[in-house]
Write a protein that binds this ligand. Structure first.
Ligand code: 13P
Length: 252
């Protein structure tokens, strides 16, 4: 399913009334363009999933969560299981975002377990990888990405990896206004695709969407998405402005 994808990660932002307004504005914007060439995904905080899900009944877009428990239902206070998300018809879920790795100590092993729970529940994982500034400056970014991809995903079989979306989000570009150049993005995306081809096959690698994330906005999306191995974006700040988010979704 190598599709063009634009996913909005609202992170821990917006109050209920603001979320209501934002999703209505996004739905309004999506109504006005024929988006058959791009899958639009909106990933709000958990409490707003139903609100966003309701809006997706009239207009074509997908709903994603930002995190999932690695446990099944049970005595795990504060956790949200993949089965709960499935019961709400959630289509996608972000896993292993650098903010979760940094602030909540998520490891590649956690990512692998969460991906398994999501696939069992028929939810497509969006798995984030990406290096820090120090790692890029030290030239170790390819090693880091190799271990994040292989330890998080390479236990999957061909059918499972095809249902998975990978997002390359260099940590130094997230929320900083400092976007990776199109060459930097393409280089890492091609590296990830080559890893997939080596582990699975060329055909399988061609079916996995690889998104870029990190200060992607309405001005730079077009040149990033034009790169051979960049299949769209995972958008943070700019996904909180309906007009910008729609403009990004039009950037293929
Ligand atoms: P920004 O677009 O705000 O840099 O965030 C990117 C991101 O982390 C999306 O998951």
């Amino acid at each position: 399913m190598r599709r063009n994808i634009v996913a909005g990660n609202w992170k821990s932002n917006e109050l209920f009334s603001q979320a209501d307004e934002l999703i209505n504005d996004i739905a309004e914007g999506l109504r006005e363009f024929d988006n058959t060439d791009v899958d639009v995904i909106v990933c709000p905080p958990f409490p707003y999933l139903e609100l966003v899900g309701d809006a997706s009944e009239d207009v074509e877009f997908f709903v994603g969560a930002q995190n999932v428990s690695k446990f099944d239902n049970g005595a795990f206070t504060g956790e949200v299981s993949a089965k709960m998300l499935q019961s709400m018809n959630i289509d996608y879920c972000i896993v292993g975002h650098s903010e979760r790795r940094k602030y909540f100590n998520e490891t590649n092993q956690d990512v692998a377990e969460k991906v398994n729970k999501l696939l069992e529940a028929d939810i497509n994982p969006i798995v984030c990888v990406g290096e820090s500034l120090a790692q890029r400056e030290a030239g170790t970014h390819f090693d880091l990405i190799r271990s994040q991809v292989s330890e998080g995903l390479f236990h999957l079989d061909c059918e499972q990896i095809k249902k998975t979306v990978i997002a390359y989000e260099p940590v130094w570009a997230i929320g900083t206004g400092k976007t990776a150049t199109k060459e930097q993005a393409q280089e890492v995306h091609a590296f990830i695709r080559a890893m997939l081809a080596e582990k699975y096959s060329d055909d399988v690698a061609q079916e996995v969407s690889i998104l870029y994330g990190g200060s992607c906005n309405a001005k730079n999306a077009r040149e990033l998405f034009a790169q051979t191995d960049v299949d769209g974006g995972l958008i943070g700040g700019a996904s909180l402005k309906a007009a910008d988010f729609i403009e990004i979704a039009r950037s293929f």
